[in-house]
Design a protein around this ligand. Sequence first.
Ligand SMILES: Cc1cc2nc3c(=O)[nH]c(=O)nc-3n(C[C@H](O)[C@H](O)[C@H](O)COP(=O)(O)OP(=O)(O)OC[C@H]3O[C@@H](n4cnc5c(N)ncnc54)[C@H](O)[C@@H]3O)c2cc1C
Length: 288
Amino acid sequence: MQAVKYVRAASVDEASRLLQEGGEGARVLAGGTDVIVQARERTREIDLFVDIKQIAETMSIAYDAADGLSIGAAAPCHEIYGNETVRELYPSLVDSTSLIGGTAIQGRASLGGNLCNSSPAADGIPTLIVLEATVEIAGPNGRRSVAVEDFCTAPGRNVLESGEFVVSLKFPTPAAGSGARFLRFIPRNEMDIAVTNAATQVRIENGSVSWARVSIGAVAPIPLLVADAAAALVGQPLSDETIAAAAAASRAAASPIDDMRGSIRQRRHLAGVLTERTIRQAAERAAA
Ligand SMILES: Cc1cc2nc3c(=O)[nH]c(=O)nc-3n(C[C@H](O)[C@H](O)[C@H](O)COP(=O)(O)OP(=O)(O)OC[C@H]3O[C@@H](n4cnc5c(N)ncnc54)[C@H](O)[C@@H]3O)c2cc1C
């Protein structure tokens, strides 16, 4: 483990200043479940941790019907899936946050950390994409917001500039008739990195799909929003044919690699299977 200084930031402005002054070696510390491992294994050169968990805005979970849901970037998974509003209106967030690591990891790990670590296989990101989440970023030049699907740029990389960090994630209130589901495939029951994962949100009105979003992960350098999969669904009643067309679109969008967890062929196949299953299960939630 390299020697790392630790500072607990008391405000958004202080965190931003510390990150900018610290330069390349300064990293935000949220739950630490990725970054402490990276510091110990020296996969990242880190000399300063800026802990953002004392900043109220990064820890709060708040909802109102007009503005939707706001989740502080450092709020731990167990508080997210334990939140009544999240359970009722955003069950796909429960799907993701309740399978990141195990109970101990979920006591620390945050959705902001999952996003900012920017792994192609992150289990939070496809759900954020289909829920149309936006990333609220603070930095030396003030605040800006970015759609989650535009946030990651390459494995481990994202749009954050020097001194910037993520304060919160914002989610619109799901429209009536909407349902969303996240699933992943791993070869064992828990504590593994997704071979492939996927999320879908559909809105069903008058028996037809009026709106959809499909996202797949661990099959490309970044989690993907698959517009062609949604296009295969929208404007028609949900049927085996439209679902098969959406699954084919996901297989076509996937450009996976071979590694110890899965082959290109398996991952592409899984992108289709998980697209199909998440569509069917999202539609069941929409009906409920
Ligand atoms: C045993 C184990 C099992 C795991 N299982 C899973 C799993 O099943 N699925 C999965 O997806 N992941 C898994 N992970 C990885 C990790 O737990 C998650 O990615 C987690 O969500 C990271 O959140 P964190 O708060 O701990 O992030 P941290 O480790 O604190 O931060 C991660 C990275 O993001 C940066 N960062 C954090 N917050 C911000 C912010 N607000 N603004 C800017 N940058 C920020 C940090 O500087 C760091 O580079 C596992 C890890 C372990 C150790």
